[in-house]
Write a protein that binds this ligand. Structure first.
Ligand SMILES: [Fe+2]
Length: 279
């Protein structure tokens, strides 16, 4: 069973109506953030409270079906849930919306590779608590491609306590290197006290090789195999929104496809708006 909420009836109508209220808000003037937050809270549709209540009980993740694909509504919801504490992305000049668009790969292969299990911005001094994925254009081969996978930290810990205490010890007590741009940062993958996981399969493996700790790659491979056996898999349609904890959940994207659009004369694939925030 997945934590899902399908917006229907009155809630859906209210959400659709709310577009008009949000349209006139300007999100990009950071100096006006407080005023903006007050305005959003003033016009908050009931459905935002409903979503917040759901997220209180389903802290790890929540899939909202039929949320829509209006950027103003997404930003307003994230402003509301975070009370204005949105994560600004350092590498994108402190913008807060990341737009992921699948493009054709160099070898023109129409299937793009599987992603890696990870958490976002794990080495940042203030790692964001949540990320949102709002699908604005679905994969050309939906629902078979661009699927999402998540693994819950609680499931990982339960499994390791029962079957692999050595690996649990490695994950909770070893300072593991991770590559961040040209630097190496050391941190524990699982912090049991705070109930937080920080992980990036590729960046950790790269760093283990650079620091001559190849023998530990074995632990990472073993961990990824376990994650794969514990993962929950789902697919998001156009207009769906997933809100995923970045502290207690690992996430990755499955293989994606792109197709050549004869009208636009370019390769087109899935397009996602993503905003990360603090809660
Ligand atoms: Fe991510």
């Amino acid at each position: 069973m997945l934590n899902e909420l399908t917006l229907t009836g009155e809630s859906l109508r209210e959400l659709e109506e709310s577009f008009k209220k949000f349209e006139n808000l300007t999100f990009f003037e950071i100096e006006n953030e407080k005023k903006l937050l007050t305005e959003i809270i003033n016009v908050t549709p009931y459905v935002f409270n409903l979503i917040e209540e759901e997220l209180k009980t389903k802290k790890d993740y929540l899939i909202l079906r039929k949320f829509g694909k209006n950027l103003s509504t997404l930003v307003s919801l994230v402003y509301f849930l975070s009370r204005g504490k949105i994560f600004h992305i350092p590498r994108l000049n402190n913008a807060f919306i990341a737009i992921f668009e699948m493009k054709n790969s160099n070898e023109l292969s129409h299937t793009l590779k599987d992603g890696f299990f990870h958490t976002d911005y794990s080495t940042h001094p203030y790692t964001p608590d949540y990320l949102t994925l709002n699908i604005v254009r679905r994969d050309p081969m939906y629902p078979f491609y661009s699927r999402n996978s998540i693994v819950l930290l609680n499931d990982i810990i339960d499994f390791l306590k029962l079957y692999n205490r050595d690996l649990l010890k490695y994950l909770t007590s070893t300072d593991v290197p991770i590559k961040v741009n040209d630097k190496i940062v050391y941190q524990k993958i699982i912090n049991l006290e705070d109930n937080v996981i920080r992980f990036h399969e590729k960046l950790i493996k790269d760093a283990l090789i650079i620091t001559n700790r190849e023998n530990e790659v074995y632990y990472i491979d073993e961990f990824v195999t376990i994650c794969t056996s514990l993962m929950k898999d789902f697919v998001l349609d156009e207009g769906d929104l997933a809100i995923i904890s970045n502290k207690t959940v690992l996430h990755k994207r499955g293989p994606a496809t792109v197709k050549f659009d004869n009208i636009e004369k370019k390769f087109i694939g899935r397009k996602v708006y993503s905003i990360r925030f603090y809660k």
